[in-house]
Write a protein that binds this ligand. Structure first.
Ligand code: KG4
Ligand code: ZN
Length: 358
């Protein structure tokens, strides 16, 4: 089954052609990064206008690279949300028009589920459920017990900033360009992560006060700590302060993410441990996850994360998630229905509230 995937939830205009949820024939991403660098973040109207300009050329390029014709496509999968309403509208309008003209199924995909399925690219063996997965990016930070295709138990999420957002805001304070994650990772390479005592917010998976597990995250206080640290050290503008602070900041975020992921994997007897989302591009995070898996006796449990090209937003992951969604209930997508974006699209079947003893 040949799927055309379309993704426009934030600041990447993307289209991909994927066969059977596994073989990526093309994966075109037009990044608006340079545009948003001027404002230090994404302005929704600017992003949506750029999507409108780029969406058709990007789809055409994806078809050309895949050596497939539009008429070869069996279904169109598109990000319905979460994301920026007017950015999503460009992708959903393009997808529903194509599906209508081609008389093919239209599969609305949840963006977070897309990130979760990015590790399925080129996968030869069936996944071993349950999987414990952390998806961390600019807009979301979810720890999930993945029991089967489309069956999830929500363990925790961020109470304020997502990890990627914390990287972006921290980078701004450190005078680094957007997008902050890669910039901090690069600067932190030469730094000592233990030089400055930044906090580790919500590090413990156990809340002794409430006598309950706590798999939630909170990163806004860490950003504030960095702000005060920089203010108090205003006199020192040397490079070693910035590199060590970048390393300490990265260490604080990654230590919390890795600890909670690996603890949850142990507690819920995960048969695989996964990472997804833009922050999964971070090598230091992956190193810490490996170390902690070893320390908790999980070195034989497979640890999977997407290739770099599928960590940040792309349409191949949307086509992969759409393929599995379609396989589960194909009858849902046979008749064309109008598709509106859902900026706060909840992943289907996720309980709204965390349910693990919280
Ligand atoms: O998944 P994504 O492309 O977009 C959202 O769905 O939000 O993730 C983008 C986020 C940004 O906040 C960026 O700073 C972060 O992922 N990111 C990284 C790295 N590469 C991207 N964070 C840490 N280290 C990286 N290497
Ligand atoms: Zn994303």
């Amino acid at each position: 089954m040949l799927l055309l995937g379309i993704e426009t939830s934030c600041d990447e205009t993307a289209a991909a052609v994927v066969r059977n949820g596994r073989e990526i024939l093309s994966n075109i991403v037009f990044s608006q990064m340079s545009l948003h660098r001027k404002t230090g973040g994404v302005v929704p109207e600017v992003a949506a206008r750029e999507h409108a300009v780029k969406i058709i050329p990007v789809i055409e390029e994806a078809l050309k690279k895949s050596h497939q014709k539009l008429s070869d496509i069996d279904a169109v999968a598109v990000t319905r949300g979460p994301g920026l309403q007017i950015s999503l509208m460009v992708g959903t309008n393009a997808a529903q028009t194509l599906a209508l003209v081609l008389r093919k199924p239209l599969i609305p995909v949840n963006h977070i589920e897309g990130h979760m399925y990015a590790t399925f690219a080129k996968r030869k063996f069936s996944p071993k459920f349950p999987i414990v997965i952390l998806t961390a990016s600019g807009g979301h930070n979810e720890l999930v017990l993945w029991k089967n295709h489309g069956e999830y138990t929500f363990l925790g999420s961020t109470l304020d900033d997502a990890a990627g957002e914390a990287f972006d805001k921290g980078a701004r304070l450190l005078g680094l360009p957007y997008s902050g994650g890669p910039a901090i990772e690069e600067l932190a390479k030469d730094g000592n992560p233990r030089t400055y005592p930044l906090p580790f917010p919500f590090l413990s998976p156990w809340n002794p006060r409430k006598g309950k597990f706590n798999f939630n995250f909170s990163f806004s206080g860490l950003k504030t700590a960095l702000f005060y640290f920089l203010r108090d050290f205003q006199g020192r503008k040397d490079q070693s302060l910035r590199t060590d602070l970048a390393a300490s900041f990265q260490h604080s975020i990654c230590e919390v993410l890795a600890s909670k992921l690996v603890f949850a994997a142990k507690k819920f007897h995960a048969r695989e441990v996964h990472l997804g989302g833009g922050v999964s591009a971070n090598s230091y995070l992956k190193k810490l996850v490996r170390q902690k898996m070893k320390a908790l006796g999980l070195s034989k449990t497979p640890f999977r994360f997407p290739p770099l090209s599928l960590c940040t937003d792309n349409a191949a992951m949307i086509a992969i998630a759409g393929f599995y969604q379609y396989q589960k209930k194909p009858w849902l997508y046979q008749r064309w229905k109008p598709l509106t974006p859902l900026p706060n699209f909840p992943v289907k079947n996720w309980p709204r509230k965390a349910i693990i003893g919280m």
